[in-house]
Design a protein around this ligand. Structure first.
Ligand SMILES: [Zn+2]
Length: 432
C-alpha cells in the first residue's frame, strides 16, 4: 500500500524493524550464516560501524525493556507534559487502529476542546518534531542566539518587576517596624494599664506580619539574584550548557526520555499551527518554579501534519470558507494534498453551500452543510448570560465576566456591553 503521507520524514520504521537493526550483528562486522545446525558466525567482508561494547550495551538495554518486540507498548515521551495550548488540559497518550489497520499512537485531547483547540497529534510526529527542533538548537548557534535574545528581554522585564516588588516590601517592613516600636514603647510606659493586653496582641500580630514579609523578601531576593546571575552569563556559556544537555537527551532511548524529558522541557503545548515549547533552564529546576523561561519557541507543524487534523481542516474549509487553493498556500502544501484530505475527512461539500452561507452567522449558531444549526457551547453561554442578566448584573459586568473566563465572541474578539446586548436581544426574540 502506498504511504498515506508522502513526506520523507514521516515514513516510519516499525518497532520490529528497529529491533532488527539493534540486534543485527552485521553492524559489528559479523556475518551470520544459516546452517543445518543453526547459525554460524563468520567475520564479514565489511568494516564494523559500531563497537562490540556499544552492541553489548544495547543488548543490555533491550533485555531490560520488559515486554518483547511484539508488545504494543508504546513510549509516550510527552505523557504528563504535553497540554492543549487553548485550554491547558493535558493531552493523553492513546492508541487506536486506523483505517489501514495499522496501530497509531497519539496524544489526544480529553473530550472535545471547549476552546476549539486541535484534537490530537500522532506521538511519533510530536517526538520527531521536538527532537529535530532540539537538534537544530544544539548545532545552529545563530538560531539559538535569536531565541536567547527574546528570552533575555522577557527575563529582564521580570527582573525589573521583582526589584520593584522588593522595594515595596522594604517600605512595608520599615512601616511595620515603626508600628511595632510604637506599640511596645507605649505598653512599657503604661504598665498594668487596661490596654496593655491589647497592645501585646497587636505586637504579636505585627511580628507575624514582619516574619511573612521577611520570608517573601528572602524568596524574591534569591530569585532576583539567580536571575541576575543568569542574565550576566555570556551567550556562549549558555549555549554550551544547553547544547550539552540537549545532546545527552537526544541520545537516550525512548524509555529513558520519558523520565528525563521534564529536566529539559518545561512546557509543551499543542497550538493551532504548532507545538509551543519552553526549555528548563540549564541551571536546573529552581529557576523554573517562578515561571522563568530563557529559551522558548514555536515549532511550526508541517502542512501534511496539520491536514491530519479534521478539526483544523474543518475550521479553514467550512467555518472560514477558504478554498482548497487558499488552504494549500497558507500551510505550504500542494492543492491536491488538501483536496485529498478534505475527501478523507469527509468534509467535501456541495458547491452551492458556499453561496447560501449567510454573511454573518449569529452567535449561538454554526453554519453546517448549508444550514444554521445550534452550537451547543455557544447556546450554553447565551443561557449563562441570560441568567447573569436576570440576577441583575450590568451588561458591562457580564462582558467583563465573559472576558475573564477567556470566552471569545463569534469573531474571536473581546466582549463589551454592545455585544452582550446583541445576543440578549436575539435570544429574547427567538425564544418568543
Ligand atoms: Zn483544549
Amino acid at each position: 500500500m502506498k504511504n498515506q503521507y508522502d513526506h520523507p520524514k514521516i515514513q516510519k520504521l516499525s518497532r520490529n524493524g528497529i529491533y532488527g537493526i539493534l540486534t543485527s550483528r552485521v553492524y559489528i562486522g559479523i556475518r551470520e550464516i544459516k546452517t543445518t545446525e543453526g547459525t554460524e558466525e563468520v567475520p564479514g567482508a565489511w568494516q564494523a560501524i559500531i563497537t562490540d561494547k556499544t552492541f553489548e550495551q544495547v543488548r543490555e538495554v533491550l533485555s531490560g525493556n520488559g515486554p518483547g518486540p511484539r508488545s504494543p507498548r508504546h513510549n509516550y515521551i510527552f505523557s504528563g507534559l504535553i497540554r492543549c495550548a487553548r485550554c491547558d488540559k493535558k493531552l493523553q497518550g492513546k492508541s487506536g487502529t486506523g483505517r489501514s489497520g495499522q496501530v497509531r499512537y497519539y496524544y489526544a485531547h480529553p473530550g472535545r476542546c471547549a476552546e476549539g483547540g486541535l484534537h490530537s497529534i500522532e506521538a511519533e510526529d510530536a517526538h520527531e518534531l521536538v527532537d529535530e527542533w532540539l537538534a537544530r538548537l544544539a548545532i545552529d548557534k545563530e538560531y539559538f542566539n535569536e531565541l536567547l535574545e527574546v528570552g533575555r528581554e522577557g527575563l529582564g522585564k521580570q527582573l525589573r518587576a521583582l526589584k520593584s516588588r522588593l522595594k515595596q516590601l522594604d517600605h512595608e517592613e520599615a512601616a511595620l517596624r515603626k508600628r511595632l516600636h510604637d506599640a511596645t514603647t507605649q505598653s512599657l510606659s503604661m504598665p498594668g494599664s487596661a490596654t496593655e493586653a491589647l497592645r501585646e496582641k497587636e505586637a504579636d500580630k505585627l511580628l507575624e506580619q514582619l516574619r511573612e514579609n521577611e520570608q517573601q523578601t528572602e524568596q524574591l531576593r534569591s530569585q532576583a539574584e539567580n536571575l541576575s546571575t543568569l542574565l550576566a552569563t555570556g551567550d556562549p556559556a549558555i549555549f554550551r550548557s544547553y547544547c550539552d544537555r540537549i545532546k545527552d537527551f537526544i541520545k537516550l532511548s525512548a524509555r529513558k526520555k520519558c523520565r528525563k524529558v521534564f529536566d529539559l522541557l518545561q512546557t509543551l503545548t499543542l497550538g493551532e499551527e504548532g507545538l509551543n515549547v519552553e526549555l528548563v533552564h540549564a541551571d536546573g529546576r529552581s529557576f523554573t518554579k517562578g515561571g522563568l523561561v530563557l529559551v522558548s519557541d514555536r515549532i511550526t507543524l508541517p502542512g501534511v501534519l496539520l491536514l491530519k487534523s479534521r478539526v483544523f481542516l474543518r475550521k479553514l474549509y467550512q467555518d472560514e470558507g477558504l478554498s482548497t487553493n487558499a488552504i494549500a498556500r497558507r500551510i505550504g502544501v500542494g492543492q491536491s494534498t488538501v483536496s485529498d484530505a478534505i475527501q478523507r475527512h469527509g468534509l467535501a461539500k456541495a458547491p452551492e453551500d458556499h453561496a447560501k452561507r449567510p454573511q454573518q452567522v449569529p452567535y449561538g449558531y454554526d453554519f453546517k452543510s448549508g444550514k444554521l444549526v445550534q452550537s451547543r457551547s455557544e447556546q450554553q453561554i447565551i443561557r449563562m448570560v441570560r441568567q447573569l442578566r436576570a440576577a441583575g448584573m450590568t451588561l458591562r459586568d457580564i462582558a467583563a465576566h465573559l472576558n475573564r473566563k477567556l470566552i471569545s465572541t463569534k469573531r474571536g474578539g473581546v466582549w463589551n456591553a454592545t455585544t452582550v446586548r446583541r445576543i440578549l436581544r436575539r435570544s429574547h426574540s427567538s425564544s418568543l
